[in-house]
Design a protein around this ligand. Structure first.
Ligand SMILES: [Zn+2]
Length: 298
């Protein structure tokens, strides 16, 4: 089978593509995720999407699925997904039954990392750490074009490293996780905690700082400092060739200058040679990476 289907299962939308062996997207389709209708409806929706994509591609395809959360090594069920009705359910087995074939499934941040490492911004770099900076903070590790998921499928989950033990509570049950401080909502909350307007979201704080607003600029300084400190832990362990940033906050240009300087300051070396790069495939990284869970060709 030369063609691969990638499915990006999000909380609000389910996107599918058909990708050829050269990485070109032949067909793309997007539909709402019937989250309120529950587990069976979400799986039936994926089943229909795959049937439609195969009909339009006029060929049988391999299927890869990217989703928030991870498959538990112990139970084979999905865990940690923000689409909570999927948690504790054997998503992979049930989809394989529906689709009558083996599928591959991975965390959405891992799909992002794989896509950017194979033919995105990280292409040609040996070890790539892919970072999602958005409403959540995640990550994935690719060694020489191979996704490293880890024994417990948590490799790259730096978003739940504890950065500040007295920091804000996290949904994972701990306090001061990287995600609570570096995510978009984390930046907005920090701005509000220092007396800023609690109605402003991260984008508005960034814009205010760019216009010279002092409290917004102070929040940005704290955010960039935390970015450098949090990422330095990853760089000290992994020493990657490239770090590729994706997600809504990854287009903040200061990350690649001031954020990089903070990172360089905190790592255990007198210089930072690691490339710090914005993503190439944008919103398509996740769905591309899902297709690329299967090798090209064959
Ligand atoms: Zn956490």
């Amino acid at each position: 089978m030369k063609l691969r289907i990638g499915i990006d299962l999000g909380g609000t939308k389910t996107e599918g593509i058909v990708m050829d062996a050269g990485g070109q997207i032949l067909v793309r389709e997007r539909r709402p995720t019937p989250q309120a209708a529950g587990y069976d409806a979400i799986l039936a929706n994926i089943h229909e999407l795959v049937r439609d994509l195969e009909r339009r591609a006029n060929a049988p395809c391999r299927v890869g699925l990217g989703t928030p959360g991870a498959i538990s090594t112990r139970t084979g069920c999905l865990k940690n997904s923000n689409t909570v009705c999927l948690n504790g359910r054997p998503v992979k087995q049930d989809l394989e039954k529906l689709l009558a074939r083996e599928i591959r499934i991975a965390n959405d941040a891992n799909c992002f990392a794989l896509s950017e490492a194979l033919d995105g911004a990280g292409q040609g770099h040996g070890v790539v750490f892919g970072v999602i900076l958005g409403t959540g903070v995640g990550g994935g590790i690719v060694f020489h074009d191979r996704l490293h998921e880890g024994l417990q499928h948590i490799a790259g989950e730096w978003g739940h490293n504890i950065l500040e033990p007295d920091g804000p509570p996290c949904y994972c049950g701990k306090r001061g996780c990287v995600e609570t401080l570096l995510s978009g909502p984390g930046l907005a909350r920090d701005f509000a905690a220092y007396g800023g307007d609690a109605k402003l979201d991260a984008r508005a704080v960034v814009e205010r700082a760019a216009r010279g607003d002092a409290p917004a600029e102070a929040a940005m300084q704290r955010w960039l400092e935390r970015f450098g400190r949090a990422l330095s832990v990853v760089v000290n362990i992994l020493d990657p060739d490239a770090v590729v940033l994706g997600g809504g906050l990854s287009n903040i240009a200061r990350l690649y200058t001031e954020g990089r300087q903070r990172l360089a300051h905190y790592i255990f070396n007198d210089e930072l040679r690691t490339a710090l790069l914005p993503h190439r495939h944008g919103d398509s990284s996740g769905v591309r990476g899902a297709a690329q869970l299967w090798p090209a060709g064959d």
